[in-house]
Design a protein around this ligand. Structure first.
Ligand code: FES
Length: 207
C-alpha cells in the first residue's frame, strides 16, 4: 500500500458537533467578509468555497469538524454538503492539523527530472518526517504534491502563497532557516490571501 493510501486509511473524519454545542468562532472581520461574499453569488451554496477559506484562516489553518459546522451554519447548508466540498479539495486542510508552515514539494514529471526527489529526501531527512507528517514542535508539515503548474521553475516547492524554485538542497536549508525565523504561520497567511482575492477592494480588511 502506498504512503498516501495509508494516510487516508488512518484518518477518520471528525464527528460534527451537535447543533446545541456549536460554538461560533468567526471574528467580526470574518463575519463581515462572509456577508460581503454572499452578495457576490446567486445563492449561498456558491459561497461554500470562499467560506471554507475564511474558516481555514479563522481556525488556525485546519478545518476541524467545528470549522466545517460553522460554515454550514452560516451558509444554511448541511454539514455533509460542506464537509464533502472541504474534503474534496487538497488545498483545504481536513486530513490532519498542519504545522505552522506546510512545505509542498512537487515531484511531478518536470520537477522529478530536474531533481525533485533529492530535495524531497533531503527535506525528509532534515525534518525527520514523511509525507503528510508534522514535526514534533508543530513547525513544519511535509507534503509531496502533483504539478503546481510552474514547471519552468522546477524543481519547485510551495510554502504559503509563495512558489520557490528552482531550488537545490542549500536553498532548502536557507528556506527552513527563514521559515523558523517567521512569527506568522504561512498556512494561515495563505488562507487570508485567498480570502482577499475573493473580495472586492472596498470589502477588504473590514473593521
Ligand atoms: S512538474 Fe513541478 S510544477 Fe509542474
Amino acid at each position: 500500500m502506498s504512503e498516501l493510501l495509508q494516510i487516508g486509511a488512518v484518518n477518520e473524519r471528525p464527528k460534527p458537533p451537535r447543533a446545541e454545542d456549536l460554538n461560533l468562532r468567526f471574528s467580526d472581520r470574518a463575519v463581515a467578509e462572509l456577508e460581503a461574499l454572499k452578495t457576490h453569488y446567486p445563492n449561498w451554496k456558491a459561497c461554500i468555497l470562499p467560506g471554507l477559506w475564511i474558516a481555514q484562516r479563522e481556525y488556525g489553518g485546519f478545518l476541524s469538524g467545528e470549522a466545517i459546522a460553522e460554515v454550514a451554519h452560516r451558509l444554511q447548508r448541511s454539514y455533509a454538503e460542506v464537509e464533502g466540498v472541504a474534503t474534496f479539495y487538497s488545498m483545504y486542510n481536513t486530513a490532519h492539523v498542519p504545522g505552522k508552515h506546510k512545505i509542498e514539494v512537487c515531484t511531478c514529471l518536470t520537477c522529478q527530472v530536474c531533481g525533485a526527489y533529492p530535495l524531497w529526501e533531503h527535506l525528509k531527512a532534515k525534518l525527520g518526517i514523511g509525507h503528510g507528517e508534522t514535526t514534533a514542535d508543530g513547525m513544519f508539515t511535509l507534503e509531496e504534491v502533483e504539478c503546481l503548474n510552474a514547471c519552468d521553475r522546477a524543481p519547485l516547492i510551495q510554502v504559503g502563497d509563495q512558489y520557490i524554485g528552482p531550488l537545490d538542497t542549500a536553498g532548502v536549508d536557507r528556506l527552513l532557516d527563514e521559515l523558523r525565523g517567521r512569527s506568522d504561520s504561512t498556512v494561515v497567511q495563505m488562507a487570508d490571501v485567498v480570502v482577499q482575492v475573493h473580495l472586492r477592494e472596498p470589502e477588504r480588511n473590514p473593521t
